[in-house]
Design a protein around this ligand. Sequence first.
Ligand code: TYD
Length: 133
Amino acid sequence: MIEMYDFAAFNDDRGSLIAWESNKNIPFEIKRVYCIYGVKDHKRRGLHAHKEGDIILICIKGTCKILINDGVYSTETLLDGANKGLHIPSGRWHEMYDFSQDAILLVLASNQYDEDDYIRDINTFLTDFGHKE
Ligand code: TYD
């Protein structure tokens, strides 16, 4: 199941503010934050799965789409606002694409960067996580 969060914004006559806090509106301790921006036309990012750890994707400006494959089923989700968060647990192949020119994709991660945590080959992913008869 794909979990989408709807973050509450504080809106007033000055504008809007959204806060993300570990173990409050984010269901894990945030260990790392990064953002993806300036994605060139038609380029896809991601194309990997994590062996461990969760991430939450938030498109704080512009729009992009996210494909998630759990080894059997694929879903596509449009991210188009700072109030929307897409939770990707470990063991899900994911791809980010169709970025608008102004898009900034914020990523909150439950673990620190470790290249050994990445599965970057789709066949390895499907062997490890696809349906086994
Ligand atoms: P990459 O995994 O290719 O990005 P994406 O998930 O968008 O496809 O990462 C690009 C580069 O950034 C790569 O050299 C690894 C580095 N990187 C870090 O150093 N720390 C991080 O937290 C992340 C996510 C990437």
